[in-house]
Design a protein around this ligand. Structure first.
Ligand SMILES: CC(C)(COP(=O)(O)OP(=O)(O)OC[C@H]1O[C@@H](n2cnc3c(N)ncnc32)[C@H](O)[C@@H]1OP(=O)(O)O)[C@@H](O)C(=O)NCCC(=O)NCCS
Length: 170
């Protein structure tokens, strides 16, 4: 298996993770996002160049207004008093999907562990504290299993919940 960053000249092979929006993002939008520096997409390729999984990353922040007072208090407790800011730097996993052929075999969790490692190296260059994700409701158990916590459990959005992983654990 090989992990590559999607470039605009890369010829994408078909990909199906069972979710039309995530399939569509990869095929129709990911290159434009890369071109405009809005998100970079990474492909996990199989032996014959088939796409096993993909994810996109972009910069983010967790702000007081993104969460409940109780969770914000919990987050602030991680920092000394003089470091109580109104927001904390983060990297967002904008998209994350595993092909239906490979789902449920532990690959998503392995890929998540490798993302945490890779971004923790980049944190030596530009600091950030959290990984964030807008998790599909069905995928919440997957993120919980990978040590993400709920930022706010009762959002207006019907389809997703924002979750975070504290990079200090790395
Ligand atoms: C969610 C997803 C990325 C997980 O990848 P994966 O390779 O299947 O995950 P793993 O095999 O490492 O882990 C599976 C665990 O995730 C959870 N999980 C994954 N998909 C789930 C689903 N649809 N419903 C409930 N739990 C799910 C389970 O807790 C499972 O744990 P178990 O093995 O103890 O039963 C993958 O199923 C996928 O691409 N789904 C469609 C797209 C999607 O929902 N992406 C997330 C967008 S936020």
């Amino acid at each position: 298996m090989e992990l590559i960053r999607l470039t605009t000249d890369y010829e994408l092979k078909p990909f199906d993770c069972g979710d039309a929006d995530l399939n569509g993002f990869l095929l129709n939008d990911a290159k434009h996002y890369a071109e405009k520096n809005l998100a970079f997409t990474y492909l996990l390729l199989g032996e014959h160049g088939d796409i096993i999984a993909y994810y996109s990353l972009l910069n983010d922040k967790i702000s007081k207004r993104d969460t409940t007072n109780a969770t914000w208090r919990k987050l602030k407790k991680m920092f000394p008093h003089q470091k109580h800011f109104n927001s904390y730097p983060a990297i967002k996993i904008g998209r994350f999907a595993v092909s239906t052929t490979y789902k449920g075999q532990g690959l998503g969790s392995e890929l998540m562990a490798s993302i945490k490692m890779d971004v923790s190296e980049s944190a030596n260059y530009s600091a950030f504290r959290f990984l964030t994700v807008d998790a599909y409701l069905e995928a919440i158990p997957f993120y919980e299993k990978n040590d993400f916590k709920m930022l706010i459990s009762d959002e207006e959005n019907d389809h997703t919940r924002t979750m975070y992983f504290d990079m200090i654990r790395m």
